[in-house]
Design a protein around this ligand. Structure first.
Ligand code: PEP
Ligand code: MN
Length: 346
């Protein structure tokens, strides 16, 4: 339930609403919007009588949030969330950042080569996993903390912001020290202890859609992060399991306008895991920008044949260099623009 205050409501009237909600035994969340202040009532089990709150001074209306997800819903917050990153970079506004880099950190020389290459082509954030959640326990599991240190070096050398994954609650703090955005991967979308810990880490979180998750389940997973007080959440469509084996996954681009309709959170697209095929990544990257994605996550490797993970879906540097101007043209056609490197603007 959302108690919307009148435009001219004073702080003491807002405070009276907060106290009334708390007296009913619920949590109150004041939210100062551009147009008006609203006070959210968290934990409504259907027993709250809205008329008691509606009669308080300064209250304009009571909105019942009909979706099972609350803090994440558009009903709760009509304006889009714009995640602010260091260097003035944003996700969720007009600019569309491109997050690029190899699937995994494989060594210092590899990550630095990749970082310089994607930066020169116009990426604003570097992605690479130091901790890798692999389908097989015998596959490369990542370099762990040593990999995080290499990402920190890449950030210092290039000014690119870092997106890297946390795979368990215990690892979140170490990742948060280096990452500008903490990634929660598809396999962990419903790892609720990880979500809770990531929600407390004080860094934006990139939450990838689970392999067989509905959009509602994705939004409910995001609700865990917001419920911990972290409003800086970016969703990611990375493809869902389908019956067709031509592509690794089925990249559900309709999830982008669906999420925009249901939620104020930004959503980016990952055409690399979405297709699993290098030859298809550019077309789906272009389509995702056209569909309104708030950013892209693209795997790029300086030498994909030698990659320790996801080589077959990683773009070659030349392919990425060719893709970037195409993305710029598409973004411009729909009134947006591909973000400029944060290091340049800083
Ligand atoms: C990744 O980004 O490399 C990754 C493991 O992605 P996902 O969780 O979407 O499979
Ligand atoms: Mn990968």
């Amino acid at each position: 339930m959302l108690v919307v205050m009148r435009r001219d409501a004073g702080p003491e009237q807002v405070q009276a609403v907060i106290e009334a909600i708390e007296a009913l035994g619920y949590e109150a969340r004041p939210m100062a919007g551009r147009q008006r202040t609203a006070v959210g009532l968290v934990g409504n089990d259907g027993r709250v009588d809205g008329t008691r709150l509606a009669s308080l001074e300064g209250v304009q209306e009571i909105i019942h949030v009909t979706q099972p997800f609350k803090l994440v819903s558009r009903e709760w917050k009509p304006e889009p969330t714009v995640v602010q990153l260091p260097g003035g970079l944003t996700i969720g506004a007009d600019e569309v950042p491109v997050i690029a880099g190899p699937c995994s950190v494989e060594g210092e020389a590899q990550i630095l080569r990749a970082a310089h290459a994607v930066k020169d082509a116009g990426a604003t954030l570097l992605r690479a996993g130091a901790f890798k959640p692999r389908s097989s326990p015998y596959s490369f599991q990542g370099l762990g903390k040593a990999g995080l240190a290499m990402l920190a070096t890449a950030r210092r050398e290039t000014g690119l912001l870092i997106v890297t994954e946390a795979v368990d609650p215990e690892g979140v703090d170490a990742v948060a020290e280096v990452a500008d955005i903490i990634q929660v991967g598809a396999r962990n979308m419903q790892n609720y202890s990880l979500l809770r810990r990531a929600g407390q880490a004080g860094k934006p979180v990139l939450l990838k859609r689970g392999i067989a998750a509905t959009i509602q389940e994705l939004l409910l997973a995001a609700e865990y992060l917001l419920a911990e007080g972290n409003a800086d959440v970016i969703l990611c469509e990375r493809g869902i399991r389908s019956y067709d084996t031509q592509t690794r996954n089925l990249l559900d681009l309709s999830a982008i306008p669906t999420v925009h309709a249901l939620s104020h959170l930004p959503i980016i697209a990952d055409p690399s895991h979405g297709t699993g095929r290098r030859d298809m990544v550019p077309s789906m990257a272009r389509a995702a920008v056209a569909a309104g994605a708030d950013g892209l996550l693209v795997e790029v490797h300086p030498n994909p044949e030698q990659a320790l993970s996801d080589g077959t879906q990683s773009l070659r540097v030349e392919q990425f260099e060719q893709l970037m101007p195409e993305l710029r043209a598409i973004a411009e056609a729909i009134g947006r623009r591909i973000a400029e490197p944060a290091a340049v603007r800083a």
